[in-house]
Write a protein that binds this ligand. Structure first.
Ligand code: CDP
Ligand code: CDP
Length: 220
C-alpha cells in the first residue's frame, strides 16, 4: 500500500488554497482540513458573544469553551461551532475583518495548533492555512506555497461573493489588509517555509494547479 501523505498548503488570501486542497483530497481520497475556517469560527463565537475582539483574555476563554469541528457532508466541508453548522456565517465581510485580530492572539493559536495537529495525526491529509508548513506540520511530506497576483485574487473573490455586494476595489483592499496583518504579526506569520515549493497560479487553471501538485506527490 502506498504511504498516506501529509500535504501542507499555505499562501495569502484567495490564492486558491481551499479550492485546490479540496480537489486534491478528493483525488487522493484524503481528508481536507480547512484551518482558516477554524479561526473564522472563533471570530464568530467571540463576535456573537458581544465581547470586544481586542479583549484577549475573554476571547481566549470563549475559544477554550467552544467546540469547533469540520465535517464532510455530501462532498462539501462544513464547519460546526458548538453543534451548529456555521459554514455560511463565517464567510462574511464582518468575519473577514474580525478574524485578523483573533489570528494574532498567541493563546488562541496555541489552542488551534493542538487541535489541528491532532486532526492530521493519522496522515492522509491535505491541510491549508497560513502556518501549516512552518508550524503545524513542519515534517509534512509535501509543502506548497500558493501565490497569485493581487489582481487575479481580487477578481476571483469578486466572482465568488454571494450577496455581499462589495466592489472590486473594496475586495482588493480587504485582501491586502488581511495579507499584511498575516505576514507582519508576531505569532506564526504567513511565510513560505524554506522547503515549500512555490506555485504561482496567476495564469493557471484550477485543473492545471491540481495536476502540478499531483505531479509533485509522484516524485516523493
Ligand atoms: O479563504 P481566505 O484565504 O480568505 O482565508 P482563510 O483561509 O479562511 O483564513 C482566514 C484568516 O484566518 C486568515 O486571514 C488568517 O488571519 C487566519 N489564519 C491563520 O492565521 N492561520 C491559519 N492556519 C489559517 C488561517
Ligand atoms: O482558499 P483561498 O482563500 O486561498 O482561495 P480559494 O477560495 O480556493 O480561491 C479563490 C477563488 O479563485 C475560487 O473561486 C477559485 O475557484 C478561484 N481560482 C483558483 O483557485 N485557481 C485558479 N487558477 C483560478 C481561479
Amino acid at each position: 500500500m502506498t504511504k498516506k501523505l501529509t500535504i501542507a498548503l499555505d499562501g495569502p488570501a484567495a490564492s486558491g488554497k481551499s479550492t485546490t486542497a479540496k480537489l486534491l483530497a478528493k483525488k487522493l481520497d484524503y481528508i481536507y482540513i480547512d484551518t482558516g475556517a477554524m479561526y473564522r469560527a472563533v471570530a464568530l463565537v467571540v463576535l456573537e458573544s458581544g465581547m470586544d475582539l481586542t479583549d484577549s483574555a475573554q476571547s481566549v476563554k470563549i475559544a477554550e469553551q467552544s467546540e469547533i469541528t469540520l465535517k464532510l457532508i455530501e462532498g462539501n466541508q462544513h464547519t460546526f461551532l458548538n453543534g451548529e453548522d456555521v459554514s455560511d456565517k463565517i464567510r462574511t465581510p464582518q468575519i473577514d475583518v474580525a478574524v485578523s485580530q483573533i489570528a494574532s492572539n498567541a493563546h488562541i493559536r496555541k489552542i488551534m495548533v493542538k487541535l489541528q495537529q491532532a486532526m492530521a495525526s493519522e496522515g492522509g491529509v491535505v491541510m491549508d492555512g497560513r502556518d501549516i508548513g512552518t508550524v503545524i506540520l513542519p515534517d509534512a511530506d509535501l509543502k506548497v506555497f500558493m501565490q497569485a497576483s493581487i489582481e487575479a485574487r481580487a477578481k476571483r473573490r469578486l466572482k465568488d461573493q454571494a450577496n455581499h455586494n462589495l466592489t472590486l476595489e473594496e475586495i482588493r483592499k480587504d485582501i491586502e489588509r488581511r495579507d499584511h496583518a498575516d505576514m507582519s504579526r508576531k505569532e506564526s506569520p504567513l511565510k513560505q517555509a524554506a522547503d515549500a515549493l512555490l506555485l504561482d497560479n496567476s495564469n493557471m487553471t484550477i485543473d492545471q494547479q491540481v495536476e502540478k501538485i499531483i505531479g509533485w506527490t509522484k516524485q516523493l
